[in-house]
Write a protein that binds this ligand. Structure first.
Ligand code: 1GP
Length: 253
C-alpha cells in the first residue's frame, strides 16, 4: 500500500522545513469584498483557506474570484458537506474529533468523500479540535463540541496523538473565529511534543507578537481570519512575526 502526499501538502511541508512555519489566511466565501481581501493577503500568505461554519452559498464563485487574483494554493475548510468546490486545489479532510455528535466526527466527512474524489481535490487529513473558548463562537454552537479546557493541555495533546495513530498528518487547535483569547502555549507545546504531527493554531490571533509566541511554542501553521478584513498592514506584520519565529525555531532544532 502506498499513501501519496499531494502537491499542496508537500509544498506546505517544505515551507515548514525551510522557514519553520506557514501562514494560512482564512477567507469567508460570503464576504462581499473577497477580491479586495485576496489582494491584501496574496503577497504574505503561504496558502488561502476558504470556508466557514455557517451556510455557504457562493463558494464556486468565491474560489474563482480568488484564483483570478493569486496562484496561491486554495485549501477548502468545509463547515459541512456544502463546503466543497471543484475549483479549489485541496481540502482539509477533517474530523471534529471532540464533537458530541458523530455527524461532525465522521458522517459529514464521509458524505463529502465521494465529492472530493469526483472533483479531484487533494485531501489533507486533519483532526479539528475545538478548545476553550470555542464554545462561545459559531463553530462551538454548530459543531456541538465537548469543549476542551485550556487548563488541561494533556487532553488536547492526547487527541493529537490519537489523530496521528489514525493516520492524520495535521491537527488544528481551534479557539473559534473571533475568539476572546487564543489557544495557550502549553497546549500547543505539549500537542506538538506528544504527537509530532503538524500543528495548526487559529482563532483569536490578532497581534503579531501572539502569533510569534505560538510558533515558538510549536505551531507549524498560524491561521488568521477576521484580521484580514481590517487592513493589509496587519497581514504583513503577522507574516513577518510568523516567519521570524519560524527562523528562530529552526535555529534551536
Ligand atoms: C477560524 O481559526 C480561524 O477557524 C480564524 O480565527 O477569525 O479569530 O482569526 P479568527
Amino acid at each position: 500500500m502506498e499513501i501519496k502526499i499531494g502537491k499542496v501538502e508537500k509544498k506546505l511541508n517544505s515551507i515548514i522545513e525551510e522557514e519553520g512555519a506557514v501562514y494560512l489566511t482564512l477567507l469567508d466565501p460570503e464576504e462581499e469584498n473577497i477580491e479586495e481581501i485576496a489582494e491584501n493577503v496574496k503577497d504574505y500568505a503561504d496558502a488561502i483557506m476558504v470556508g466557514g461554519s455557517i451556510g455557504i452559498v457562493n463558494l464556486d464563485e468565491a474560489v474563482k474570484k480568488i484564483k483570478k487574483i493569486t496562484k496561491l494554493p486554495i485549501i477548502l475548510f468545509p463547515g459541512n458537506v456544502d463546503g466543497l468546490s471543484r475549483y479549489a486545489d485541496a481540502v482539509f479532510y477533517m474530523s471534529l474529533m471532540n464533537s458530541a455528535n458523530t455527524y461532525w466526527v465522521v458522517t459529514a466527512p464521509t458524505l463529502g468523500a465521494i465529492t472530493i474524489l469526483k472533483y479531484g481535490l487533494e485531501p489533507i487529513p486533519m483532526a479539528y479540535l475545538c478548545i476553550e473558548p470555542a464554545k462561545k463562537t459559531a463553530v462551538g454552537y454548530v459543531g456541538e463540541i465537548r469543549e476542551i479546557p485550556q487548563n488541561k493541555p494533556k487532553i488536547t495533546a492526547m487527541y493529537c496523538l490519537s489523530a496521528k495513530f489514525f493516520g492524520m498528518r495535521w491537527a488544528y487547535l481551534e479557539a473559534g473565529s473571533g475568539a476572546e483569547y487564543p489557544v495557550n502555549n502549553e497546549t500547543i507545546a505539549l500537542s506538538k511534543k506528544l504527537s509530532g504531527i503538524n500543528i495548526i493554531v487559529g482563532g483569536g490571533i490578532r497581534k503579531p507578537e501572539i502569533a510569534y509566541e505560538k510558533v515558538l511554542a510549536g505551531a507549524d501553521a498560524i491561521v488568521t481570519g477576521n484580521l484580514l478584513e481590517e487592513n493589509p498592514k496587519a497581514v504583513e506584520m503577522m507574516f513577518d512575526a510568523i516567519k521570524k519565529a519560524g527562523r528562530e525555531k529552526l535555529k534551536k532544532q
